[in-house]
Design a protein around this ligand. Structure first.
Ligand code: TZP
Ligand code: MG
Length: 223
């Protein structure tokens, strides 16, 4: 299994069409790609499988020329059928080890962790990254356990060597703090899907991510 380049996770868009106020998914994702998202997760909790697959195929075609990986939320069958680059699983989805047996070896797997116990369980699982959320309370997803906060994220950072993608309530004003607490990448839903100008919003976030992560690398090299 090839190792996932953590730069792929630097600025991670998660879709929610209900927030797009009638704008086509393809338009919002294209704008976000122009602004600099490094990967896109298609998250469709309510679509029937056939429509979910049609949207996944559409996004795969849209993203491939830009070399932006497509990640499918929850559904490994859809991921396989559309040729996705990755799958994101939650605590109630198919167990990671079973998913790994079914997926092609090149498809990477991310896993949501909601408690420090989940982080402990991730050790030894065939995972490529952890999604840590919600960092802050968010109206986008309310069926969550407690919020991690920056100190919780720092505890996760200390407990695992896996790349960490932080999600939940992240906006341009707190993005730097979240990265400094130990995230390798930021995932956002509303900050892009509900933005008046998704390209400008993405571009601002991407600059923040690049600045922080490049500064971190320079610091490590200088030690
Ligand atoms: N998982 C944890 S919080 C969240 C998900 C999918 C939603 C994050 O949405 P937003 O709008 O970026 O706060
Ligand atoms: Mg899930």
């Amino acid at each position: 299994m090839a190792r996932l380049d953590p730069d792929v996770l630097r600025f991670y868009m998660v879709t929610d069409q209900l927030l797009m106020r009638g704008q086509p998914l393809a338009d919002v994702v294209s704008a976000a790609v122009r602004g600099g998202v490094s990967c896109v997760q298609l998250r469709e909790k309510h679509l029937p499988g056939r429509e979910f697959l049609a949207q996944a195929l559409m996004l795969k075609r849209l993203l491939a020329p830009h070399h932006v990986p497509l990640i499918i939320n929850d559904r490994i069958d859809i991921a396989m059928a559309c040729g996705a680059d990755g799958v994101h699983l939650g605590q109630n989805d198919l167990p990671v080890s079973d998913a790994r047996k079914l997926l092609l070896p090149d498809i990477f797997i991310g896993w949501s962790v909601e408690s420090i116990e989940d982080v402990r369980q991730s050790t030894g699982l065939p995972l490529d990254y952890l999604g840590v959320g919600p960092i802050f309370a968010t109206a986008t997803k309310t069926d969550t356990k407690t919020d991690w906060g920056l100190s919780g994220l720092a505890r996760v950072r200390a407990a695992t060597a896996l790349p960490l993608v932080a999600i939940g309530g992240i906006h341009a004003g707190n993005a730097g703090d979240v990265l400094r607490a130990g995230a390798d990448g930021l995932a956002v839903v509303s900050a892009l899907c509900a933005a008046d100008d998704p390209q400008a919003a993405a571009s601002r976030f991407r600059s923040l991510c690049d600045e922080e992560i490049n500064a971190r690398r320079t610091w490590w090299r200088s030690r």
